[in-house]
Design a protein around this ligand. Structure first.
Ligand code: 5GP
Ligand code: MN
Length: 331
């Protein structure tokens, strides 16, 4: 922190980036930090590896985010001119998708702030705290430690509160602590508008609502012997509901809400691959499960992965793997 304080003591060109397919914690922490650093005179650019869901397009400052996929040359120039790159809400370069090499090759100081399990070592400074609820909560701690707490303005507070509320399922998951609430309370004092944030995040398009209803009523399979819920959606089904990015976020949680359910998996056939979301209760470790079998990772109770096999083969493989976990899931 002392070294970072020195680094930040004069005007710098700063890039803030996040994982591909950013969620509210990734985008919220990046924008929150951008506001804080902008408030002390740094030149800050937030770069996202690709687009983000429409329901995030109200976060203060999001209109200035550079989308790498649509602006490759400009992104390369901004990164080439940068002194410092912040890597937020990811801890493995492969989560940057096509932007990986660009960040990997850059000689700028790299600072990681993240709360996922099993970090890779690719930054000059690493703040990795898997016990933290969200990267947004960690940005508060970071601001305290580098003496920038009074630079958290209303714009930053709204971005950072939003990331906490989404990554904790509305302050409901085991990662929530007294500190989480204190941090959120600080953001409210600084101007986070709770009801506006919740409404912005939870207002569904009609298509999204219908897709959610269809997924719950028609597509949920509960495997009682394994205390496991499975939901899958095919490409055709997505087209039928005029799928837009972000429309399937949160569906997996409905699978987990079945009484006694311990493990939920959601399979999405999209862009020639199968994207998978895992959620769990108690100490069933979906980070380990996702990294062992499905090229992914995340947290103990929430993780993601992918498969290049067909949707049918992926689900068959998943069900075969479950046979090895019958005892754990019923324990
Ligand atoms: P989701 O199911 O919402 O896509 O992801 C759940 C959690 O796992 C999020 O915190 C997300 O950042 C993380 N996650 C998703 N995919 C991966 C992955 O491939 N690797 C790692 N380390 N984390 C992932
Ligand atoms: Mn996060």
């Amino acid at each position: 922190m002392k070294d970072i304080k020195v680094l930040l003591s004069d005007k710098k060109n700063i890039v803030i980036t996040m994982h591909k397919n950013p969620d509210c914690d990734a985008l919220g922490s990046s924008l929150g930090l951008a506001h804080i650093l902008g408030n002390i005179g740094h030149k800050v650019k937030v770069i996202s590896p690709n687009s983000y869901p429409e329901f995030l397009n109200w976060l203060p400052g999001q209109e200035k985010v550079l989308n790498y996929e649509n602006n490759i040359i400009e992104s390369e120039n901004v990164i080439a001119d940068s002194d410092i790159i912040f890597c937020l809400d990811f801890n493995n370069l492969k989560r940057l998708g096509d932007m990986k090499t660009l960040i990997e090759k850059s000689n700028s100081y790299k600072i990681l702030i993240d709360h996922h399990e099993d970090p890779n070592n690719f930054c000059d400074f690493m703040f990795s705290m898997p016990s933290k609820s969200s990267t947004c909560e960690m940005i508060y701690d970071f601001a305290v430690n580098v003496g920038l707490i009074d630079k958290i303005d209303s714009a930053a507070a709204n971005c950072l509160y939003a990331g906490i509320v989404t990554d904790t399922g509305g302050f409901a998951y085991p990662c929530v602590t007294e500190e989480t609430f204190k941090t959120a309370a600080f953001f409210i004092r600084k101007g986070a508008n709770i009801s506006k944030i919740n409404q912005s995040l939870n207002d569904y398009s009609y298509n999204r609502l219908k897709l959610l209803g269809y997924s719950i009523l028609e597509k949920t399979e509960y495997l009682n012997d394994f205390k496991t819920s499975i939901i899958f959606l095919t490409n055709d089904e997505l087209n039928e509901f005029n799928f837009k990015k972000g429309d399937t976020e949160g569906i997996v949680n409905y699978g987990l809400s079945v009484k006694n359910c311990v493990f939920a998996a959601f399979f999405l056939e999209k862009d020639g691959i199968v994207k998978i979301s895992f959620r769990s209760k108690y100490n069933f470790d979906v980070n380990k499960f996702a990294s062992k079998y499905f090229n992914g990772g995340g947290h103990v109770n929430a993780a993601g992965g992918m498969s290049r096999e067909s949707l049918d083969d992926t689900i068959s493989k998943f069900k075969d793997i479950l046979l090895n976990y019958a005892k754990d899931l019923n324990g």
